[in-house]
Design a protein around this ligand. Structure first.
Ligand code: AMP
Ligand code: MG
Length: 405
């Protein structure tokens, strides 16, 4: 078996597959998607000079020399109301302005309220301000004509806020991937089956994988359960592949039956299989194929393996199709390992851990169990990665824990 290392699998995904076509999405529906073209600012942000504090707008030079015991004295010309356009200001005078209010014409700084005192119709300032102090200039955040957001950018809350502030109502984003999902195995029955016939188990992967896929931005079409026969595999896979951008087959990868999934993937299109086995634990018997331009992922049926593998490689595929960049790093929680972890060199191990609050640090407590046991995954907060070069990790080491959400 040609076993591929995980980084090489990610490279294969980015090399063989491309982001899906573009479509327009209303801003309210665009969160979590990737821009298919850059957005250019059609306006300056802010659109006018604004105060960044509550205080008095002045000509900065009128404040020069002001200090405790020797205030600069201004005649107060009134207040700038929020939402009001900039109004004029004469030399030697000041105007009360609120955070975000328009700087009066001619004024170039704002003295903070706490540095002033009102004496009748006059305002005494006990601190001098430099030109531009406590002011954000028109276009300082973003200038008209500049790229507000580049192509490929994930639209999170800050991006959506920025676009809304520019008055953008719709954006060009990559189409949301449609993922087909098939579970395979003669032993499987639909999870809704109330009473299990002897020897049967419920298909748990379809439900769990569909959730992971939705979290990664896909629309999922469940194709149900396939009986273990090559003809059945091929017919059902071919039909579902027509309808989707990405097909996932769960199961059929253990010795004896593995031929079905691999043979099916090889028969679905050219060039066919790209990876037969990934050097990871759990999840080694994982298959990746390019079937006439569409990706097909063959997951091991073991529920834990299926979820771990999908959360890495399935999610990466969905990210690629959605228009995202290859992830450079994953957000993680730092924790101190509570027990030794043994690992075989030459493969990447994903070890399930539970997080506990220790006295001085967060502790990562490994959960041991057979790879098929979903309960061990349900008890885990995340996984610790043991890289291929290592023979394990020692208790007391600081590790990164990649969280399960
Ligand atoms: P396989 O990869 O088909 O050899 O399956 C490996 C193990 O995972 C077997 O014990 C299967 O019964 C189990 N399994 C396969 N598919 C599923 C599924 N969809 N839901 C739950 N368990 C499964
Ligand atoms: Mg099977």
């Amino acid at each position: 078996m040609r076993v591929t290392d995980p980084a090489a699998v990610l490279a294969l995904i980015w090399k063989h597959f491309s982001p899906l076509g573009a479509e327009k999405a209303a801003l309210a529906e665009a969160g979590g998607r990737y821009l298919s073209s850059a957005v250019t600012a059609a306006e300056d942000i802010p659109g006018f000079d604004r105060s960044t504090v509550d205080g008095y707008a002045v000509y900065a030079r009128d404040s020069f020399g002001a200090q405790e015991g020797l205030p600069a004295v201004f005649g107060c010309a009134g207040e700038v109301l929020m939402g009001e356009a900039a109004i004029s200001l004469e030399r030697g005078r000041c105007r009360l302005v609120h955070t975000g209010g328009a700087l009066p014409e001619g004024a170039d700084a704002v003295i903070m309220l706490e540095d002033t005192e009102v004496m009748g119709t006059e305002v005494h300032a006990f601190r001098q301000v430099a030109p531009g102090e406590n002011v954000i200039r028109k276009g300082e955040d973003l200038r008209r004509g500049e790229t507000a957001l580049p192509r490929g950018r994930l639209l999170r809350a800050p991006e959506l806020g920025l676009l809304a502030s520019l008055g953008v109502t719709a954006v060009e984003v990559h189409r949301r991937p449609v993922m087909g999902l098939l579970s395979t195995g003669d032993e499987l029955v639909p999870f809704e089956t109330p009473v299990l016939p002897p020897g049967r188990i419920r298909d748990s992967n379809s439900t769990a994988l569909a959730y992971l896929a939705k979290q990664a931005g896909a629309q999922v079409i469940g194709g149900g359960i396939l009986a273990d026969s090559f003809d059945h595999f091929l017919e059902k896979s071919r039909a579902l592949l027509e309808e989707v951008d990405f097909l996932v087959l769960s199961g059929g990868s253990s010795v004896g039956t593995r031929d079905f999934t691999a043979r099916t993937m090889a028969a679905l299109g050219k060039p066919g299989l790209l990876a037969e086995g990934i050097a990871v634990q759990p999840g080694k018997p994982t298959l990746l194929a390019d079937c006439d331009g569409k990706p097909v992922l063959g997951l091991p049926g073991h529920p834990v393996s299926a979820l771990v593998v999908f959360s890495i490689f399935g999610a990466a595929m969905l990210r690629r199709l959605s228009g995202g960049e290859m992830p450079l790093f994953q957000p993680a929680v730092r924790a101190v390992l509570a027990r030794n972890i043994a690992s075989r060199p030459g493969r990447t191990d994903y070890v399930r851990v539970r997080l506990e609050q220790g006295e001085s640090a967060v502790k990562a407590v490994p959960i041991f169990g057979r790879s098929g046991m979903l309960r061990t995954l349900a008890a885990a907060d995340g996984v610790v990665v043991v890289p291929p070069a290592k023979e394990g990790l020692a208790a007391g080491e600081t590790v990164d824990v990649y969280l399960w959400e």
